[in-house]
Design a protein around this ligand. Structure first.
Ligand SMILES: *[C@@H]1O[C@H](CO)[C@@H](O)[C@H](O)[C@H]1NC(C)=O
Ligand SMILES: *[C@@H]1O[C@H](CO)[C@@H](O)[C@H](O)[C@H]1NC(C)=O
Ligand SMILES: *[C@@H]1O[C@H](CO)[C@@H](O)[C@H](O)[C@H]1NC(C)=O
Ligand SMILES: *[C@@H]1O[C@H](CO)[C@@H](O)[C@H](O)[C@H]1NC(C)=O
Length: 628
């Protein structure tokens, strides 16, 4: 049927945005739903009403159904959906349903896809609805801070009813897109008049016909940067038409001595031909992932770049996502840095929290949610952060392939303060630097505790901490001002505790561990069982810490950091209450829905005249639930 065939993308994003932009003042955000950007998702966030307003544009056969929804990590089922379909009488409706593990849709007893609108011209369907963050319906996904996995499915009609249709069925098309739905809408751009752009972009890259390519592109920055500047903002420059291809991008500074040239390598990052001399390009300046809005520094600070000692090379890394293995992609996307020589009051800094990059921390195989915790302890912030404290305004959470959830907690004198950042649906494929909605002041003596949760059910062997993509990390790169000398505040289990653990495993549990094997070898020698995994977890929770409390120079702050006590929380943060009044259940999504129900605004597709459709002002967002 070519269900998602050709949306008239030539009409362009500007047109798409015009449809949703006019009402109210809320910003409209957009992401493509598939690699060709044949279907797109647009949304606005209404924090006052704790609701997301969604509009989908999709090329769809007249009788086809289209489901848009959410799942924990992008799986098509089980998942929660709002489903557009047309019944045998030609009535177009939107119903709230959930797909069970077998893919079959079941109507929710409570219907929460509200304020349905739709229009259609040719094969292009646009539909809109509103959804509370938390509907309090156990059949519904709760839209949380951090990453949301938006899933969609489409299939052929006609349907006599929705119940029982399978999103995994033969002929159904599916896809998934990650987005931070609950974006920070309180970011104000304040670009100085002398600002200029430094565009770091790929140059007509012939994207290889494989699923995943990391493309590296080294450039020399202009002479102007011999003078110190502040980066005040950066954003993606995506080549028109390649919105679905460019998955994420980072700009790195090449940390080499001033006189040392870095080869202007252009090619796959993992190619054997990549010169070793470009491996120094790894200090992150900017990071963007699909769906991210421009990153704007607060007016008090900018990221320092340039100056007399600045090595003038930077490297762009682009992750191309080409699941169809197409061979005809050509791309010149990149990142635009907005720079100013008018320096702001503070230099912004980046600090690493979490776990040390070391094989001393490991995740046993077969674990659905194993946790590792990295501590930035009070003793380290006492020596590393001056009396006035620092203000943290941004955060980039980072693990490798098995990380599924991260949180950084903030503790002052045993009392837990509001969390600094959390992502309950983290994906390594969606690492944005995000502006915090609530800037966090960190004082000397505060502790920051970062916990990562890993899912190793698909791993036959132990996963060790380390640098390779198959190894794991647990890091929160925090962006803050004013810049201080503390750069790394991370931990691992103390060496002595780990050695006695391996010894006891041998002596008491008959494992083939031994002093000659080294740390990695010892972890690999254990025959992992659920009980041994629990004992390891208890060791990590109880043992003293080896701290990396390091300056920007890479040297440790003075003192013996080999066996420090982990942060203890005496007064934990109470759980946030859910906004769920007791409410009447037992309504069924059927013909007799009330005003807010899925059948609230049934309409013949043909009833919408072309003029309305073209201007799109029938999508009157501001009214929320109104009838058409
Ligand atoms: C709509 O799609 C059908 C089937 O894919 C196709 O035959 C038809 O020409 C399309 N109509 C328009 C107006 O694009
Ligand atoms: C693309 O290539 C990968 C191997 O690189 C293969 O696993 C995958 O099935 C291919 N996908 C398609 C759609 O051909
Ligand atoms: C797991 O370990 C075994 C034994 O050391 C090795 O043969 C195998 O290749 C490993 N599997 C993976 C996926 O690394
Ligand atoms: C921290 O400092 C120690 C001692 O100087 C050093 O061995 C270690 O590599 C440093 N770590 C980082 C991440 O810079």
């Amino acid at each position: 049927m070519g269900l998602l065939g050709h949306l008239l993308w030539t009409l362009g994003t500007a047109w798409a945005l015009a449809v949703v932009a006019p009402a109210a003042d809320a910003q409209v955000f957009s992401v493509p739903l598939d690699a060709e950007a044949a279907s797109t998702l647009h949304w606005r966030v209404d924090y006052a009403r704790r609701a997301v307003q969604v509009e989908v544009h999709v090329g769809l056969d007249e009788r086809a159904w289209f489901a848009l929804g959410f799942s924990d990590y992008g799986e098509p089922a089980p998942a929660d959906y709002c489903v557009l379909w047309r019944d045998w009488r030609g009535l177009v409706r939107l119903q709230d349903a959930h797909a069970a593990a077998d893919g079959r849709l079941h109507l929710d007893a409570h219907q929460d896809c509200l304020g349905f609108r739709h229009t259609r011209a040719g094969n292009l369907t646009k539909f809109a609805f509103q959804r509370q963050f938390d509907t309090c319906d156990p059949d519904d996904y709760v839209i949380e801070e951090g990453t949301t996995h938006v899933v969609w499915a489409a299939g052929a009609g006609p349907l006599f009813r929705l119940d029982g249709v399978s999103v995994l069925g033969e002929g159904a098309r599916r896809g998934m897109q990650r987005a931070q739905l609950l974006k920070n809408t309180d970011v104000h751009d304040d670009v100085p008049p002398d600002a200029w752009h430094l565009d770091v972009r790929a140059d007509r890259v012939q994207v290889p016909a494989v699923d995943t390519t990391y493309w590296c592109h080294v450039v020399k920055v202009p002479q102007q940067l011999a003078r110190k500047h502040h980066v005040v903002r950066y954003e993606a420059l995506i080549q028109h038409g390649n919105e679905g291809l460019v998955h994420h991008m980072e700009v790195f500074h090449c940390e080499a001595p001033l006189g040392q040239a870095v080869p202007l390598y252009r090619g796959p990052c993992t190619a054997a031909a990549r010169p070793d001399a470009s491996q120094v390009c790894k200090r992150v300046l900017a990071a963007w992932a699909m769906g991210a809005t421009p990153f704007v520094y607060p007016k008090e600070a900018g990221l320092p770049i340039g100056g007399p000692q600045f090595n003038p090379y930077v490297m762009l890394e682009v992750h191309y996502n080409n699941p169809e293995n197409k061979s005809d992609w050509v791309d010149s996307s990149g990142i635009r840095l907005t720079l100013s020589a008018t320096l702001r009051p503070h230099d912004g800094g980046v600090m690493e929290l979490g776990l040390e990059y070391t094989d001393k921390m490991a995740v046993p195989p077969g674990q659905p949610h194993f946790q590792l915790t990295g501590h930035c302890i009070a003793e380290c912030t006492e020596v590393g952060i001056p009396g006035g404290g620092i203000t943290v305004f941004g955060s980039q959470l980072h693990t490798h392939l098995t990380g599924v959830r991260l949180v950084t907690r903030h503790v002052r004198a045993g009392r837990e303060l509001p969390e600094m950042n959390r992502d309950n649906h983290y994906s390594t494929h969606f690492q944005e630097i995000r502006r915090l909605k609530r800037p966090v002041q960190v004082l000397p003596g505060d502790a920051l505790v970062t916990t990562c949760t890993y899912d190793t059910r698909a791993r036959p062997n132990v996963t060790l901490g380390g640098f390779s993509i198959q190894d794991e990390m647990c890091v929160n790169y925090i962006h803050y001002y004013p810049k201080v000398d503390l750069e790394v505040c991370k931990s691992s289990v103390s060496d002595a505790s780990l050695q006695s653990y391996f010894r006891l495993l041998h002596e008491l549990d008959g494992q083939d561990t031994g002093p000659h094997l080294g740390v990695s070898g010892n972890y690999r020698a254990v025959r992992w069982t659920p009980v041994r995994a629990r004992v390891l977890s208890a060791l990590y929770d109880e043992a003293p810490l080896a701290m990396q409390c390091n300056r920007s120079s890479g040297a440790r702050f003075p003192g013996d950091w080999a066996a420090m006590a982990a942060t203890r929380v005496t007064a934990p943060l109470p759980a946030a209450p859910r906004p769920c009044p007791l409410r009447e259940h037992g309504r069924h999504g059927g013909e007799d829905e009330d005003e807010d129900g899925p059948a609230a605004a049934p309409q013949h597709a043909d009833a919408v005249r072309m003029e309305d459709w073209g201007q799109g002002d029938d999508m009157d967002w501001g009214q929320g639930h109104g009838r058409h």
